[in-house]
Design a protein around this ligand. Structure first.
Ligand code: ZN
Length: 384
């Protein structure tokens, strides 16, 4: 199958999460034909990751892709089939064409075309659920699949778009992200004599404003920019004619290296304590606001940065330079992806995808030229 037909085939599968099963099985079968030992890891009802390995020379290099897409947001379903690839002016349009079925197709093509050339150990993981909660990759972390991997390449799109067809951008890191629940106490009193109470809404409002002000003082990283935080949920009510005695907030924060969930929690907690010490917030019955990491099944994604001196990164850069006749630029992503979970396993990981635009919208397209070049880059990388 030629490269564009392969991408056409992949986008024809509806793999909107959580319906990745059919595409997962197709990809598992294709990898078997290309000499891979394949494990279909079932992690929920009818949901799979494809985990594959081939070759025995050296420690494996991992090629990563997610097979799920977001729903067909904004598509006019009467006139446009989101699962049909359409080509216009060198751009290939379809749901998931850019994010990230072109990346999956490029991996498949590259391992197909290097089938007889290289004994290099390669692992491939095609996972589900990246667009939701990264549950697919989280279940891979529970196996020993990552244990001998020494470098990972994700053919994922970058969230900083470099549209220059002549150069190409390689992402060396991403910020992390965590959510915090904050409980702010007030002191209930009959609203008719409210001066005797302390409104939790008022106290929480003061804190919300201070949390946004903190953005200017959050830690900076030379490559990952700086952290940021915002209040994404704010709730309080009184069910009677009383001053509300509790408010809750949900705070979302991006982290940079070397922060982690606990260090950032402590940072906010220190700010809360300062606000009480300075008399800006009032204790209620001797109680202060409390903050905890919001519990969830998949661990929060921590920030990472892969060294520019990594020898495999240099090999990948050389493959890009050979194919495009120019060196790649290095950058970092501002938000989180499955690569964070891979990096949390201690594996240096970089992202290198095709050029495109309009992901998560009805205008999604991938550049045909950059897709075909990506295949050549991966082939050169694997053959070195
Ligand atoms: Zn993606």
């Amino acid at each position: 199958m030629d490269s564009v037909d392969l991408l056409k085939k992949l986008v024809s599968f509806n793999s909107v999460f959580p319906k990745e099963s059919e595409l997962a099985h197709y990809l598992g079968d294709e990898l078997k034909k290309l000499g891979f030992k394949v494990e279909m890891q079932k992690f929920h009802d009818n949901r799979y990751n494809v985990l594959a390995q081939r070759g025995s020379k050296g420690k494996p290099t991992l090629l990563y892709g997610h097979i799920d897409t977001v729903p067909a947001y904004g598509y006019d379903l009467v006139n446009r089939d989101p699962f049909k690839l359409e080509e216009r002016d060198g751009k290939l349009y379809a749901l998931g064409a850019y994010d990230m079925k072109a990346g999956i197709a490029a991996i498949l093509k590259a391992v197909e075309e290097t089938k007889n050339e290289s004994e290099r150990a390669i692992k491939v993981m095609f996972v589900s659920d990246e667009e939701a909660d990264s549950t697919g990759t989280y279940y891979v972390t529970k196996t020993d699949f990552f244990k001998d991997v020494e470098f990972a390449v994700a053919t994922e799109i970058s969230d900083i778009h470099d549209m220059n067809e002549k150069t190409r951008t390689l992402s060396l890191g991403r910020r992390g992200r965590v959510q915090y629940e904050i409980n702010v106490p007030g002191k209930s009193f009959h609203a008719a004599r409210m001066e005797h109470g302390i409104s939790a809404v008022t106290e929480a409002s003061k804190l919300a404003i201070e949390l946004e002000k903190m953005n200017s003082e959050l830690p900076k990283h030379p490559k990952l920019s700086h952290g940021n935080q915002y209040v994404r949920r704010f709730f309080s009510e009184s069910l009677s004619l009383s001053i509300p005695d509790e408010a809750t907030m949900l705070v979302d924060r991006h982290l940079v290296v070397p922060e982690n969930a606990e260090s950032a929690r402590k940072h906010i907690e220190d700010k809360i304590n300062q606000l009480y010490a300075r008399g800006i917030m009032q204790e209620a019955n001797g109680k202060r606001a409390t903050i905890r990491v919001k519990p969830r099944e998949v661990p929060y994604l921590m920030p990472y940065f892969t060294s520019e001196d990594n020898p495999h990164l240099k090999r990948l850069s050389a493959a890009i330079e050979k194919t495009l006749v120019t060196k790649p630029n290095y950058n970092c992503g501002l938000s989180v992806a499955d690569e964070n979970l891979i990096a949390m396993q201690g594996i240096p990981v970089v992202s290198y995808g095709p050029i495109g635009e309009g992901e998560h919208s009805n205008g999604e397209w991938v550049s045909k030229k950059s897709y075909l070049e990506l295949i050549e880059v991966l082939k050169t990388f694997l053959a070195f």
